[in-house]
Design a protein around this ligand. Structure first.
Ligand SMILES: NC(=O)c1ccc[n+]([C@@H]2O[C@H](COP(=O)([O-])OP(=O)(O)OC[C@H]3O[C@@H](n4cnc5c(N)ncnc54)[C@H](OP(=O)(O)O)[C@@H]3O)[C@@H](O)[C@H]2O)c1
Length: 396
């Protein structure tokens, strides 16, 4: 999709909600801020991530006792493989976004790979192709158990690793896909390869949350984004909402869009604001998600897909990550049905007072049951604003 391509070069253009034209001064300010925020956010590099875990926690886990068994360094290499997997985030459905680092027998990096757009080739195949003969006697670090099933779309990764003569395979998460689930590990072991598994499994699952959510709950991983004042408003009483947050936070919100295949708004937002909901970051315009309108009464506009009830999200194909960007009733409907996995709260240091609340009724009957549902997973400063990331607490 190329929606929005070329829009960056225009000094003045319509904002997300199709509202007033942006001034040249604002556009210039936004462009400068984009550069700064892009650097801070790391949207063009692999080292910073926006998964439920933060990069710091991943680095800490990699080097701490929680990295578990295995020779020193396994945790750090596996963490690097998980970081690589983020490059494929939102591009590989229905396959998982996997990362792989291959060391030669002397411990030097011989290959690096991540799942390619559309799901093939797999990360291991990419890394092995880079390494060639250097893979023999080496170690493969993979964020997910290598696949054990044959596919008309490509080779089976356990066969590739065995054929390449790899001596060790270090795996973060076991593949929940019943076609592989443990069979990849068993085949590697049967071929005489040393296998270590379970290291940084939680971090790897967070990086592949879309795939794991689809496997476990049969639906995409759902993120709700809200831009709020300190007192929880998304707009003035008269509906004015431009702008609650500053340029840096808005750039980051576009980074998040680029990590999603699907983006949703309620009918009133679509009708009132005609939002574009595309990615307007240089070089990432083709990462704009497919737009979905929630409505029980009206068909979606041209270029949009329709959803007549939040529960129908299970039938939404074409991606494993859905971002909800408004409005208050659509967001509340997803929360009421417990279909939100992550909250992105961009908080601006302003008070509105008597404004429009970010959420409609979510069906809460007693205050006690509101507690224990959300866990703070990450925070970021996008001066003058602050992002808080919360993840839904669910039993494993
Ligand atoms: N400040 C911001 O960042 C921001 C962001 C987005 C939106 N907004 C503002 O929010 C306002 C719109 O919010 P809103 O709460 O009035 O409307 P909304 O959430 O955009 O849309 C409400 C509509 O969504 C559909 N819907 C909601 N729950 C549903 C369910 N369970 N099943 C089927 N359809 C369902 C219904 O459509 P049907 O009636 O067709 O069934 C409902 O009328 C706009 O003024 C917009 O400017 C602000």
């Amino acid at each position: 999709m190329a929606r929005g391509r070329g829009a960056q070069s225009q000094a003045a253009r319509r904002d997300d909600r199709g509202g007033e034209e942006e001034s040249r001064e604002e556009a210039g300010h936004r462009t400068r801020a984009r550069g700064q925020a892009g650097h801070r956010a790391g949207w063009c590099g692999p080292g910073r991530q926006f998964a439920a875990h933060g990069p710091l926690s991943l680095a800490q886990a990699a080097t701490s006792g929680s990295a578990g068994r295995g020779p020193a360094g396994d945790g750090a290499w596996l963490a690097a493989a998980i970081t690589l997997s983020e490059r494929a985030h939102g591009r590989t459905a229905p396959n998982p976004n996997v990362g792989c680092i291959l060391l030669d027998a002397q411990g030097h990096v011989a290959g690096r790979g991540w799942t390619q757009p559309g799901g093939r080739p797999h990360a291991e195949a990419v890394a092995l192709a880079q390494a060639g003969e250097q893979a023999r006697g080496g170690t493969a670090y993979v964020s997910l158990e290598p696949c054990a099933h044959a596919s008309p779309r490509g080779p089976c990764c356990t066969d590739l690793l065995i054929a390449a003569g790899v001596a060790r395979v270090v795996i973060a998460a076991t593949d929940p896909d019943p076609r592989t689930n443990g069979a990849g590990i068993a085949r590697l072991k049967a071929a005489g390869i040393e296998v270590v598994s379970g290291l940084l499994a939680r971090e790897a699952k967070a990086a592949m949350a879309g795939f794991f959510t689809r496997q476990r709950l049969g639906r995409p991983f759902v993120t709700l984004k809200l831009a709020l004042s300190l007192d929880g408003c998304i707009a003035m009483a008269d509906g004015t909402s431009q702008w609650i947050t500053g340029p840096a936070a808005r750039v980051h919100a576009h980074v998040e869009r680029a990590r999603h295949e699907l983006i949703l708004a309620g009918r009133h937002t679509v009708e009132a604001d005609a939002p574009r909901l595309d990615v307007r970051l240089p070089g990432l315009e083709d990462r704009s998600p497919q737009r979905v309108m929630l409505s029980g009464t009206a068909p979606p506009p041209d270029g949009w897909r329709g959803l007549s009830h939040p529960d129908d999200v299970k039938a939404l194909t074409g991606g494993d990550h859905l971002l909800i960007e408004g409005g208050a009733r659509a967001a509340a409907s997803f929360l009421r049905d417990d279909l939100v996995d992550r909250l992105l709260l961009y908080r601006a240091p302003i008070l509105i007072g008597g404004g429009r609340p970010g959420l409609a009724d979510i069906g809460l009957t007693d205050l006690a049951s509101a507690h224990g549902r959300w866990r703070l997973a990450d925070t970021r400063d996008f001066a003058p604003d602050r992002l808080e990331v919360y993840e839904r607490v669910r039993a494993d």
